[in-house]
Design a protein around this ligand. Structure first.
Ligand code: FES
Ligand code: FES
Length: 161
């Protein structure tokens, strides 16, 4: 039998019945069709499924949908209306992605970082992304993308690559 939950996702309220064992990532992808949140491992190892729950970055394969009852979720689809959040711009300008599979999770983890530390050092960025794995980029351009966004969000000049 389903359990009723009430959750706000990307600003929209949902009243939904969920299976008690349904993972949050499956609820987002399969029930709400928000497929920007990716599944890389399903066992909390890769970070591709990172989203914000009540403003905090979490791996959505480590939570059950029932656990966000009464909460607020933000996925990559809710970060900006037109894909023009400074982090999205930064990943584009600094070539922070190749296949793009890890990118939504990277961006959501970085969103949490910049909300708490608007001007992180390279080391702090690398530390914040420790739970997010990228098979393609070697991470260097990901760090540069986040530095780009940090500068832009602080009103500093950014170089367009
Ligand atoms: Fe959640 Fe890999 S799918 S951490
Ligand atoms: Fe391919 Fe990161 S861009 S896994």
């Amino acid at each position: 039998m389903g359990i009723p939950i009430n959750v706000k996702v990307n600003g929209k309220e949902y009243n939904q019945e969920v299976e008690p064992r349904q993972l949050l990532v499956d609820f987002l992808r399969e029930t709400l069709r928000l497929t920007g949140t990716h599944i890389g491992c399903d066992t909390s190892g890769c970070g591709a499924c990172t989203i914000l729950v009540d403003g905090k970055a979490v791996k959505s394969c480590t939570l059950l949908a029932v656990q966000v009852d009464g909460g607020e979720v933000t996925t990559i689809e809710g970060l900006s209306k037109n894909g023009d959040h400074p982090l999205q711009e930064g990943f584009k300008e600094e070539h922070g992605l190749q296949c793009g599979y890890c990118t939504p999770g990277m961006i959501m983890a970085a969103t949490d970082l910049l909300a708490n530390n608007p001007n992180p050092t390279e080391q702090e960025i690398r530390h914040a992304l420790e739970g997010n794995i990228c098979r393609c980029t070697g991470y260097h351009n990901i760090v540069k993308s986040i530095q780009y966004a940090a500068n832009k969000m602080q009103g500093k000049e950014v170089a367009h690559g």
